[in-house]
Write a new protein. Structure first.
Length: 317
């Protein structure tokens, strides 16, 4: 795998980083921002492969080889000069201190020590304030990449000390190509339907696909029959529900099935558009969006599921 040969889309971002690398003008800290599920973390790991690869062919090499020992280790997130921090609910000050100790050490093999912080907006305020010192005075031979789908939740002092690279949604064709690689067992019609559902965020398809049945059961009035879900699973289910609500509203306003995102729900949309009011659709959509945006506050998941079921019953009454 390689950043330029295998990562689909994000050509402007690739070009920006390649030019900075060739001019030896890489920033010490980057913020990769953009919608959830568009491949920011994958992009970051492939960029690190590009920097570390021992068979790339020097500074003018066009891409990582994907085959050398370094590339294989990075693919498995197992390299002594890479530290990936992911939230366990939040990113604590202890995690930040671990990262700071890591960056203070000189690289063992690679030209840089690289820290990648996924979902950086989940840093506690205490952790973010502790991290400021590192961003203000990064150790030599270090690279920091913060990844966030909600950069507005990061303190402005953190954002201002990183070079922001904004990532956009993939096109329909690019999304289908990603899904073709990830889900080769899908038929063409299933792939097209799933790509429309995720709206340029193929990473969501990998998370949402297992929850499609649960969501369909909920819409039939069965409730959340698969037992208690965790916060991530609830977030994925809400994303599916929001696309269905979007389809309900679009069909109610236009009567055009070709504009639907989820083509598998034509019957539900046709039936619902005759019985569900526009006001209810918008209210439930907004309420589900509010729940999704506040899941990072670690609410009681059983209570959240009950609230979601109540909202859906409003539509099914």
């Amino acid at each position: 795998m390689g950043l330029f040969n295998d990562v689909i889309g994000h050509d402007r971002q690739k070009d920006l980083l390649l030019k900075a690398h060739r001019r030896r003008r890489l920033a010490s800290s980057y913020l990769f921002s953009g919608e959830e599920g568009i491949g920011k973390k994958r992009f970051a790991i492939e960029f690190i492969k590009f920097l570390y690869c021992i068979d790339r062919g020097g500074d003018n090499g066009t891409d990582s080889c994907g085959l050398c020992r370094v590339c294989r280790n990075l693919q498995n997130l197992n390299h002594p000069d890479l530290l990936l921090i992911e939230p366990e609910g939040t990113i604590s000050i202890e995690k930040v201190r671990e990262a700071q100790d890591f960056l203070k050490m000189r690289p063992l093999e690679a030209p840089l020590k690289t820290l990648v912080v996924d979902d950086a907006e989940t840093m506690t305020l205490q952790a973010a304030n502790a991290f400021l010192k590192t961003l203000e005075e990064p150790p030599p031979h270090s690279l920091i990449i913060l990844i966030s789908s909600r950069p507005f939740m990061l303190p402005s002092t953190v954002r201002s000390r990183c070079l922001n690279i904004s990532f956009q949604l993939l096109s329909q064709e690019q999304t289908e190509e990603v899904l073709k690689r990830v889900f080769p067992e899908l038929t063409e019609s299933e792939r097209i339907s799933l790509s429309r559902l995720v709206m340029g965020r193929p990473g969501l398809a990998m998370k949402m696909k297992p929850h499609l049945e649960v969501t369909e059961g909920l819409l039939k009035g069965d409730g959340i029959s698969s037992g208690r879900l965790n916060r991530e699973e609830i977030s994925e289910m809400i994303e599916i529900l929001r696309t269905i609500l979007r389809d309900l509203l679009v069909y109610r306003c236009t009567g055009e099935e070709r504009l639907l995102l989820n083509l598998n729900n034509k019957r539900l949309v046709r039936r619902g558009s005759n019985t569900i009011t526009t006001t209810d659709i918008i209210d439930v959509y907004n309420n589900l969006s509010f729940i999704k945006e506040n899941l990072h506050y670690n609410p009681n998941t059983a209570l959240v599921q009950n609230v979601i079921e109540v909202e859906i019953r409003r539509l099914l009454k």
